[in-house]
Write a protein that binds this ligand. Sequence first.
Ligand SMILES: Cc1ncc(COP(=O)(O)O)c(C=O)c1O
Length: 372
Amino acid sequence: MFTRRSFAGRLGLGAAAVRLLPEMAYAQRAAVNLSGMAKDMVWLNANENPAGPPEAALAAMREVLPTSNRYHYQEFGAMYAIIARSEELEPDQLIVGAGSSEGLHLVVDTYTSATRPLISVAPAYEGPIETARALGRPVVLAKLREDYTADVRKLAEEADKARGGLIYLCNPNNPTSAITARKDMDWLVANLPGNTTLLVDEAYIHFGETPELQSALPYVRQGKNVIVTRTYSKIYGMAGLRVGFAAARPDIIQKLMPLRMNVISIVSARAVVAALGDQQNLLRERRARLAHTRRELCDWLSGRKVKFIPPHANFMMIDVNRSAREFIEAMPRMGVAVGRPFPPLENLLRVTIGTDQEMAKFRDVFWKLYKG
Ligand SMILES: Cc1ncc(COP(=O)(O)O)c(C=O)c1O
């Protein structure tokens, strides 16, 4: 196994490039070794959306491809305006980047320091945590509560102890698929210690159905010390196009702007603009389809007395009653790729909700292994 530095060394990267490595390391970890794998593999390992890009986005991409010799810089103002309007924000409250990963990276770089830690829960999505570690910033991870939700009082306490920090909450959380309920989020925002910023990663927010799950964007509109990241990789089905954004007060956005990479690809920009043309229908239909398939899997597991964390995203964690690593290794050989290990939740297996047909294959393979 490579350490991050030896990996950088092999690639011939200098110290500055090590800043890029968290995302690269993440891509490595998400990748499944394809040698000897089934050609008809069902991919339930990376919380992608089998529905893919909407038709309008595909048409827009085909149309722009022949003119991709140009930078198209002049179009990005309009793209910012369209994305902002779609979330009831102003363009100066946004920074658009390569997936939500770019926004997360910029926020961690800007709002943590040698004395100002990144504070989160274990386990949470690793991206921002790895960025903080690669930058040499302290990381504090609080235990989840018994019901797998974040203990917001503990997070505030840690920020207070450090005299400020960046609290990172993913809502719904990856990998648990559990939510931070509205009342907890309200409490946290109202009780943020001094010198503390709250970063809420809403990559999966569209998949939730409970009214307890609310976006943190209203806090941004109210001018709080809150930054929200969103992505077009999940419900919009465009992970490979790499588009997402961070939303925050204009003064926060101004701090992030100088560090951003550049504009995104014009092909991706046009795809997002086209997808937003029918945003409400797209979100409603995809949420309903996902919820139906997710409910079927939950019912199937309950019928077999297999425990799981009640899910609110397009993935869920199943208690396999022994080390999940056994399933993670064996299932791809049987044609189903599932999530990576998420210590300290050793017995929990993360599976992405795919199509009904894909989930039928998942159930078949899972049950063979589970029964032993
Ligand atoms: C919680 C969470 N945030 C952010 C990301 C990054 O995704 P992207 O850069 O494609 O927006 C992921 C990827 O799976 C994720 O699970």
